[in-house]
Write a protein that binds this ligand. Sequence first.
Ligand SMILES: *Cc1c(COP(=O)(O)O)cnc(C)c1O
Length: 378
Amino acid sequence: MIPYGKHSISRSDIEAVIDTLENSFLTQGDKVPAFEQAICQYVGAKYANATNSATSALHIACMGLGLTSEDIGWTVPLTFAASANAMRYCGAEVDFVDIDLATGCISVQLLAEKLEKAVKLNRLPKVLIVVHYSGISCDMEAIAKLCLPYNIKIIEDASHAIGGMYKSNIIGNCQYSDCTIFSFHPVKIITSGEGGMVVTNNQQLSEKMKLYSSHGITKNSADSAEPWLYQQETLGFNYRLSDIHAALGLSQLSKLDSFVEQRSLLANKYKEKLSALPVKFLTPPKACQSAWHIFVIQLTNESPINRVDLYKELHNHGIGCQVHYIPVHWHPYYQSLGFKQEQYTNSNTFYQRCITLPLYPGLENQNLIVEKLSQLLT
Ligand SMILES: *Cc1c(COP(=O)(O)O)cnc(C)c1O
């Protein structure tokens, strides 16, 4: 089976991990700070906090921004459940803003409309988590402009988007947000096995997030009267990344540009070869470049085969396509919170038409995938 996504590990990655196993601390050594530093430098942000997953990073970001059970948090339905769950961990009420069908990202117009209503009802969110779907950046400038008057904190869930560009800036510089989150799960663009990172330009926020990701414990300086002293200031978690994982992440980071380039070449080839078929592609906003985490097509009404049958036929022929995503509000847990399936029509329409084709550096059978799709869609 050709998978829809796959990590790309080479000899130098393996050697980086072995070197850490043989010569360094396995955790709380120098590889984690080195990885954090390197990510800061790459994306152009001031502070970084490595975590054991992007989900953990989302959680400490929400905590750091002060989200509580008194608050409301917004995100989009077309995402992995973790984007919404992080706000639920804080006890906050979750609500959704629908997407724009052309980009798969949050609709700026629907955000504006929802904000207007929320003002009237006095139900403004404290936090908005936007998701750079498939690697395409949301329109951050417009989103920040809308949120600014209400002091709504903005988190970029860039789990799909490390290495992508927003208006000629690398995604993650946080010019229009409070912080940005990356995932290093093996199916994402670069991997540390499991792992995540949150970057920000806000020193206070960064310090809070560091505290929350390490038990809420601070250490006293060694020259104090009780040099062994450490104190728990608040209730935190153990969300630390290990140095073994960080060594892999650091090594992978050096290949990020080449990975994105290879993904981009494959994506362009898909677009070219599939352009005559009854499918639509996502279009990034002007001057933005996708990081190409996933290649998603949407079937149009002219398609001779429905999405379920297409999925099954591709799987029968060894092509491991996927569907991203079942809208978050469709899950039984969110249904139990009162959401109805028919809400958020754009996300629902998108979900019913979309299919994710295999895309990763080193994908060998692209011609075969294109041929099969051409047969099934004509
Ligand atoms: C993968 C993903 C996450 C969670 O990442 P983990 O590192 O597996 O916790 C969160 N949000 C989105 C949009 C993702 O794709």
